[in-house]
Write a protein that binds this ligand. Structure first.
Ligand SMILES: [Zn+2]
Length: 273
């Protein structure tokens, strides 16, 4: 079903319980490589060896494309460029390029709704902010599979970090993805996800449920900090996940404040509005 895309997971220092990030090689003959992720030489070698199998068949890498700026998606860019031994342009959304300034050199931009030929397949870039400001997903216009990056996950959950995440944007982006009626979603972490329509609806519903639980806890137990709220909203969490859950809740609390559902009680605590 997923003609024209090869998926190569390599190990990365990503958010547990995920341990790997997927790279996608799209097209034939002139390949597009999306997200060379790992900072670890052994993993960079593994990725290059998979690409090299294609080069030995006479194929070439035409471009490297990035879904977004996070380190577990871009830390293998320079190593891949070196291994390829010839200049290959790196393309990303302008906001991603800005965030990677001084970290990874981005040579060109991909904007909202921009289509490009990827070795015989036409990919359309959709700007889907929420997890990261410059996040792009890529829709194959013929078969309608969608490279979903960190908008959804096959393993683990999507963190909306309060410094750069935005729940309103994220919900709108999920709905935008759904409107394209993809037949499969290819997440950065974990296996291909089928039945995208139900999955994306579930993702939206899940976020609304978390917000409702948060408000419920504030009504029942009074003002709390995001860290104090974690056990009421998430129940028994792996202690390593608690700081991330608190960050996630900050993003939710801000969205809820914008919707008149919560307000700051003092410097650190929130209450129901
Ligand atoms: Zn990310």
């Amino acid at each position: 079903m997923l003609d024209g895309v090869q998926i190569i997971p390599t190990r990365t220092p990503t958010l547990p319980p995920a341990t790997h990030t997927n790279t996608w090689i799209v097209g034939e003959d002139r390949l597009t490589v999306i997200d060379p992720p790992s900072p670890w030489p052994q993993e960079q070698r593994a990725l290059f060896e998979a690409i090299e199998d294609r080069l030995l068949l006479g194929e070439t890498v035409e471009r490297i494309v990035l879904t977004h700026h996070h380190h577990d998606h871009v830390s293998g860019v320079d190593a891949l460029k070196r291994a390829l031994g010839e200049p290959v342009p790196v393309l990303a959304h302008p906001l991603t390029a800005e965030l990677l300034h001084g970290i990874v050199e981005v040579d060109g931009h991909l904007n909202e709704d921009q289509s490009f030929d990827a070795g015989g397949r036409t990919l359309r870039a959709l700007h889907t902010p929420g997890h990261a400001p410059g996040h792009l997903v890529f829709l194959d216009l013929e078969q309608r599979w969608m490279i979903a990056g960190d908008m959804v996950a096959g393993v683990g959950t999507i963190l909306l970090h309060p410094d750069e995440g935005d729940l309103a944007d994220y919900l709108a982006s999920l709905q935008r993805m759904q409107a394209e009626r993809p037949v499969a979603l290819l997440p950065s972490h974990g296996p291909v996800l089928h039945d995208p329509s139900s999955l994306l609806s579930m993702y939206v519903a899940h976020r609304h449920m978390r917000s409702a639980q948060t408000r419920e806890a504030l009504i029942t137990h009074g003002a709390m900090t995001p860290a104090e709220l974690v056990s009421y909203v998430y129940g028994d969490l792996d202690p390593r996940a608690v700081p991330f859950a608190a960050l996630q809740l900050r993003t939710h609390l801000r969205w809820m404040q914008d919707h008149g559902l919560t307000r700051p009680a003092d410097e650190t605590r929130w209450e129901a509005a």
